[in-house]
Structure formats: structure tokens, C-alpha cells
Design a protein around this ligand. Structure first.
Ligand SMILES: Cc1cc2nc3c(=O)[nH]c(=O)nc-3n(C[C@H](O)[C@H](O)[C@H](O)COP(=O)(O)OP(=O)(O)OC[C@H]3O[C@@H](n4cnc5c(N)ncnc54)[C@H](O)[C@@H]3O)c2cc1C
Length: 389
């Protein structure tokens, strides 16, 4: 599907997403109508190659659609972005057998994928695992505690990181796929958070036995999947979602300021208002430029069959995630200040600025910025050429 058709498809979903965002945010429940629309439009198969029935889009399409959907509802956009992140890993690393079984189902909209990487004890650390896979002749048995699983009650399949075997060290991690009906799933706890309430990211206990062919990539080789697929696609898609939400918020604010409905105390000819608007716009411009630069870098390397694991590229991808998280939140925080109590801070406001503020506060926690900054500091000492993006 070309860029324009993708944009039109995503655009048509926005009324459903906007309407549903009110109740999903209020009740902290999953956007079922939004997911159904994503299934029906084929967008769940965005990154699935056409030979498997998918839309065969690239990372440009992913970034574009993520930004559009986030203008309707950031929770739904992130649910979809995380699903795409998982489907990219399947496309690039699953065996032909698993791809033939799974990708046509994703393309038809029958399989929405959830991600299980966080784990009690290790917290968010992506590249280690505690619970171990038990190997039998042709099968693998898992018992996994999963404290935060977006959409876990609604997912049709799960990509799960596990310690490779009971004897393996924590950093030998295997990624496996499990269909919902291959698992016993018990929900744990509640999802009652400040923002991103519509992701309904509950905790779960997952138990089951799967064929060994449902290993994604090499046993113990999850690090390569993280470097080549899960982290880069995640950082690009998340940044696009956060930017899309902040951009929609600014669009709404600009409309309001230009209308007679603006707060009567707001003087649009004031230089203070202009300066504040300029700073908001600058933050979004910087994220947008960096996002598109890093997207191009990743696409060029992928097209050339090269790894994304070099030190400068890793620094760029981590910088994108941290910068997008910080600047989009700061921009919306400034919008709240500019719009004031009635329009900016009030849940009954015609502009959902307070929801955007709560949602975007999660961006620096959703894979902790601190972790990425610690990594980037160490990587900076390794890149003597200081190869900037
Ligand atoms: C909306 C949302 C949806 C999510 N969906 C999923 C999902 O579907 N599947 C999934 O597996 N997970 C999911 N997560 C979890 C997410 O990926 C992170 O793993 C989780 O938010 C990290 O939780 P934490 O902050 O408690 O843990 P940690 O990352 O362990 O961090 C704990 C604290 O330690 C600090 N810290 C950590 N490392 C360092 C360091 N080296 N130096 C200094 N400080 C450090 C952090 O800043 C933080 O303050 C989701 C999170 C959010 C917000």
C-alpha cells in the first residue's frame, strides 16, 4: 500500500479512536473498538510482507501511521505500535515454518500480538531473563510472571523473553512465540495509572508448552533481535506516537487560540504568548527532524543489509527515544501552562491537554530513560569519531 493510501486508511480510524479515548481513559480499559478497526483495515499487518497477505509497508509507513493514530488516541496508537514492533521481529527472525503459520493470520487481522519482556526482579531490563525455558524433546515449557503486559487480556498471541535454560546465565535470553490457546493465563493486579490508561497493561502469570519451532531467532540469541529489530522499531514507533499526540495537542490549541472561544484573559498579541508558542513549536520541530533523520539512517542500513549495532547508530536510537520522551512531554506541559486552568488543566476542557500530559508522562518510564542514558554515556566514550546523526 502506498503512502497516500496508508494515510487515508489511518485517517478514517480517527473518529473511532477519538470517541473511544474518553471512556477508555476514564475507566482504564482497553480500546476494543479501536483494535477491531485496526484488525478490519489490515493495519495490524502493516509490516507483514505482501507475500503473506500483509500491507508490506516499511518504517516510513510505520512512523507516519503511528503519528496519525496518536492524534486520535495515544493509548491505541501505542498498542498498535508495540504490535508492529513484535511483528517486525517475527518477519525478520522467525523460522519459515512459524512465519507461514503466523504472518497470514496477523495480516488478516486475526492475531494481535502482545509483548512480554518486563519481569519481576529484573524490572525493565530488556536483555536479561529470570524465568527459564524447560526443554523437552521437541517442546518448550514456560512459566513466566509478567508484571506489565499491554493488552494482555485481548491479545491473540504473545512474544515472550525467557532465560534460555535453567543452566543459562541471565543474559542468555530466548524469544518465543505462544498462541493464546497454548497458554494458561491468569491476570494479576490492576492497571490504575496516571496516564496511558487505555493500554490496560495488567500483570499476568503465563504457563504453557509450545513446539520448539516457536522459538524466534537463535536459542539464547535475543540480543540480536533486540538490536536489529525490537529496540530500533520500538524507539522509532514510540517517538512517532508521542510526537503525533503532542502535534495534535498543539493543533487543537492553535485552533482554540485563533477562535473567539479562547480564554478572555489570553492576549494573542502578547509577546509572552508568542514566545511560549515558539518554544512549544521548537520542541516538536526538533523531535520531528531527529525522528525522520534516524528513520532514514535505519532504513538505509537495512536496505544495505547492514547491522544497526554500531556504536553511533545505537547512540542515535537511544537519543531519539530519550529526546522524544522529554521534549514532547515538555511541549504539552507548556501547552497546559499557556492554556491555563480552564482549558489546559480541566478534565472537562474541549481540548484533552490534561490527558496528553498524563499520557506523555509515561514516555520517560516506558523503558526507563535512565537506563538508556547510562548506556549512551558508556557508548559515547567508545565513539572517538563522535559520529553525529
Ligand atoms: C504504557 C506502558 C506500557 C507498557 N507495556 C509493556 C508491555 O506490553 N510489556 C512489557 O514487558 N513491559 C511493558 N511496559 C514496561 C516498560 O517497558 C518498562 O519495563 C517498565 O516501565 C519499567 O518499569 P520500572 O520503571 O519499574 O523498572 P526499571 O526500568 O527497572 O526502573 C526502575 C527504576 O530504576 C531506574 N533505573 C533503572 N536502571 C537504572 C540505571 N542503570 N541507572 C540509574 N537508574 C536506573 C529507573 O529510572 C527507575 O526509576 C510498559 C510500560 C508502560 C509505561
Amino acid at each position: 500500500m502506498n503512502r497516500n493510501s496508508l494515510a487515508q486508511t489511518a485517517e478514517k480510524l480517527l473518529p473511532v479512536l477519538k470517541e473511544e479515548s474518553l471512556s477508555t481513559d476514564r475507566n482504564a480499559v482497553f480500546p476494543e473498538a479501536g483494535l477491531q478497526a485496526l484488525r478490519e483495515t489490515g493495519l495490524l499487518g502493516l509490516l507483514v510482507p505482501e507475500e503473506y497477505g500483509g500491507l508490506g509497508a516499511d518504517l516510513d509507513g510505520l512512523v507516519q501511521v503511528a503519528g496519525q493514530l496518536a492524534g486520535g488516541c495515544l493509548s491505541t496508537a501505542m498498542i498498535w505500535a508495540m504490535h508492529c514492533q513484535q511483528s517486525d521481529a517475527v518477519v525478520r527472525f522467525a523460522s519459515s515454518e512459524l512465519k507461514e503459520q503466523l504472518l497470514p493470520r496477523i495480516a488478516r487481522g486475526d492475531v494481535y500480538l502482545a509483548s512480554v519482556t518486563s519481569e519481576p526482579g529484573k524490572g525493565g531490563h530488556l536483555l536479561t531473563g529470570e524465568a527459564a525455558l524447560q526443554h523437552e524433546v521437541d517442546t518448550l515449557t514456560l512459566h513466566r510472571a509478567a508484571p506489565v503486559v499491554t493488552g494482555g487480556r485481548h491479545a491473540d498471541g504473545f512474544l515472550i523473553t525467557m532465560r534460555a535454560s535453567p543452566e543459562a546465565p541471565a543474559n542468555q535470553v530466548t524469544l518465543v512465540y505462544a498462541d493464546r490457546d497454548q497458554l494458561d493465563i491468569t491476570a494479576r493486579g490492576e492497571w490504575d495509572t496516571l496516564g496511558m490508561r487505555g493500554t490496560e497493561s495488567l500483570g499476568f502469570e503465563l504457563t504453557g508448552t509450545i513446539p520448539a519451532s516457536q522459538t524466534v531467532g537463535e536459542p539464547g540469541g535475543f540480543q540480536r533481535i533486540a538490536v536489529e529489530s525490537m529496540a530500533p522499531v520500538g524507539h522509532l514507533a514510540w517517538a512517532a506516537c508521542w510526537l503525533g499526540a503532542a502535534r495534535a495537542a498543539l493543533g487543537g490549541l492553535v485552533e482554540l487560540i485563533r477562535s473567539p472561544g479562547r480564554p478572555s484573559t489570553m492576549d494573542v498579541r502578547s509577546e509572552l504568548v508568542s514566545e511560549r508558542l515558539a518554544r512549544i513549536r521548537m520542541d516538536l520541530e526538533l523531535v520531528s527532524a531527529y525522528l525522520h533523520r534516524v528513520r532514514d539512517e535505519v532504513m538505509e542500513l537495512r536496505a544495505a543489509g547492514e547491522s544497526l549495532g554500531s556504536t553511533p547508530v545505537q547512540i542515535h536510537l537511544n537519543t531519539l527515544k530519550v529526546t522524544a520522551a522529554e521534549l514532547t512531554f515538555r511541549a504539552v506541559d507548556r501547552m497546559v501552562q499557556l492554556a491555563g486552568l480552564r482549558i489546559g488543566y480541566n478534565r472537562q476542557s474541549p481540548l484533552p491537554l490534561e490527558r496528553h500530559l498524563r499520557d506523555l508522562r509515561s514516555a520517560s518510564l516506558n523503558y526507563a530513560n535512565d537506563r538508556l542514558l547510562v548506556v549512551n554515556g558508556a557508548l559515547t566514550l567508545m565513539d572517538r569519531t563522535v559520529r553525529l546523526a
